[in-house]
Design a protein around this ligand. Structure first.
Ligand code: ADP
Ligand code: MG
Length: 478
């Protein structure tokens, strides 16, 4: 059987966080009653003219600068002509030959400590279309034009990814970038961040690309991973059965966990792009570029580097923390307010906190345990009031809203036992009650030591100070 290599390129659509639309003054707020936020321009009424929103341009330029791309000094809007009920003008205003951003790159972590650079072919500005509503209507389709004219950037990658995991990690990185830059809320449920996945396979070692399919409108990281993995497996089956992959657009069905054909190359679109005569070319002067450069915030890469230098974290921990701007801020606030080592803080944020957030499907902003609560908890480990293990129980209690660390320690009697006499009494008891294990230990079976520690911990409900238990047991069993 041949060895197959997958090749993946993504087209990511990012809704820009402007107040108003890209070519009109209508609001972009999500969730309004249908067609209450569509003005004459968005409705495509005759005789109206688009006026470009400066904010949309500024945000696209910011993105370009952040991914070290070439920001075009001059870019042009083009009409992409096609008919669709939710596109009343009969064309979408996009960019074609002269996009605003070209030739960028982004480094992704592969999870094994190595990194890979993914090329960004281009990013262009365009307007979103409206929405067709099928479910709410029995025998007709509703059209909601609130979304028509919402500014997007479409970010097109080079076919540089080789697995679904790489594609997801690239997509997550782009997601984290647009959030850091403040140019999009990145809300995937609301469609502010979605992607089309182009997938092909080829025999390992072959240079030419295989025939690709494009799976449209994936709006979660999990769906992207599933859809790509499904496509890779499907295409391998097709080729190994002696057939050919058909170049086509496909849809991912999350319920069936499969992709299905939508339209094929035969019906491929010819959009008849041409420069929109209603809009002047956009010229970006060096002063404007400089001004936007000054607005760039600290980006994940720089932040990760600073975390390694300022807090002594290793590269992997730093990478994990900066993936989310909010997690990075939470970490810094906690680290500033606790005596615990930064490494321990990082472990708690990426470990306990992250797991709890995932389990309850919460964003860090709505975490029931605030950074100052976590800082206090870690202080109680530092000052010996509780053990690390008990701290995890207390964390879960705080998560459940049972109060702050000190009140939970008091009400549940979780204070660590550090009284030497008390621990010694327990050590004596455990040794007395387990003569067989004592024999084993004395005949050289060192592993039995852990059994004794475990027994003392069990009697005390995990509250005995582990260092003291160890020390006293060693003395006793000498
Ligand atoms: P289109 O606009 O028709 O979708 P593009 O040439 O702009 O075509 O390519 C879109 C995306 O498809 C890009 O991200 C590109 O990297 C990717 N791509 C192109 N060819 C392949 C291929 N053979 N296999 C996988 N991805 C591909
Ligand atoms: Mg495409």
């Amino acid at each position: 059987m041949a060895q197959w290599e997958a090749v993946i390129g993504l087209e990511i659509h990012v809704q820009l966080a402007t107040q108003s639309k890209i070519f009109s003054a209508a609001s972009t707020a999500f969730g309004a009653e249908p067609n209450t936020q569509a003005c004459a321009v968005d409705l495509g009424l005759p005789g109206v003219l688009p006026v470009l929103n400066y904010e949309a341009v500024r945000m696209a330029v910011m993105f370009g600068l952040a991914v070290n791309a070439a920001v075009s000094q001059r870019c042009v809007f083009a009409r992409k002509n096609y008919f669709y009920p939710d596109l009343p003008k009969g064309y979408q205003i996009s960019q074609y030959e002269l996009p605003i951003v070209a030739r960028g790159q982004l480094e992704i972590a592969l999870g094994d400590g190595s990194y890979k650079v993914i090329g960004i072919t281009r990013a262009h500005l365009e307007e979103d279309a409206g929405k067709s509503l099928h479910e709410e209507f029995a025998d007709s389709t509703g059209i909601d034009l609130n979304r028509a004219g919402t500014p997007l950037i479409e970010i097109v990658s080079e076919p540089d990814m080789r697995s679904a995991k790489e594609a997801v990690s690239y997509m997550k990185k782009i997601h984290s970038f647009v959030r850091y830059l403040g140019i999009s809320d990145g809300n995937m449920q609301e469609g502010s961040f979605r992607c089309d996945a182009n997938v092909s396979i080829r025999p390992a070692g072959q240079k030419e690309l295989g025939t690709r399919t494009e799976t449209k409108n994936l709006n979660s990281f999990r769906f992207v991973e599933r859809a790509i993995d499904f496509e890779i497996a499907r295409q391998i089956d097709v080729l190994e059965d002696g057939n050919e992959v058909v170049q086509e657009t496909r849809l991912y069905d999350a319920v069936q966990d499969e992709t299905r054909p939508m339209r094929s190359k035969e019906e491929a679109d010819d959009y008849r792009y041409f420069p929109d005569p209603d809009l002047l070319p956009v010229v970006i002067r060096p002063e404007m570029l400089e001004e936007i450069k000054q607005q760039l915030p600290e980006l994940p890469g720089e932040k990760a580097l600073r975390f390694t230098q300022e807090y002594g974290l290793n590269a992997q921990d730093a990478e994990n923390l900066v993936l989310s701007k909010e997690a990075a801020e939470y970490f810094e606030q906690t680290a500033r307010n606790t005596n615990a080592e930064a490494k321990r803080v990082a472990n708690w944020v990426t470990g306990e906190l992250n797991a709890a957030l995932n389990q309850d499907d919460l964003e860090i902003a709505s975490s029931p345990v605030s950074s100052s609560m976590l800082a206090k908890l870690l202080n109680r480990i530092e000052d010996g009031t509780i053990s690390g293990k008990i701290a995890k129980d207390i964390f879960r209690s705080m998560w459940a809203g049972e109060g702050d660390v000190d009140s939970i320690i008091e009400s549940k009697g979780l204070r660590q036992i550090t009284d030497t006499l008390e621990i010694e009494t327990l050590v004596n008891q455990v040794v007395r009650e387990n003569p067989a294990q004592v024999e084993q230990f004395k005949s050289g079976k060192d592993k039995v030591f852990g059994f004794f520690v475990g027994q003392v911990m069990k009697i005390t409900g995990g509250k005995a100070n582990p260092q003291q238990v160890n020390r006293l047991l060693r003395e006793k069993l000498k």
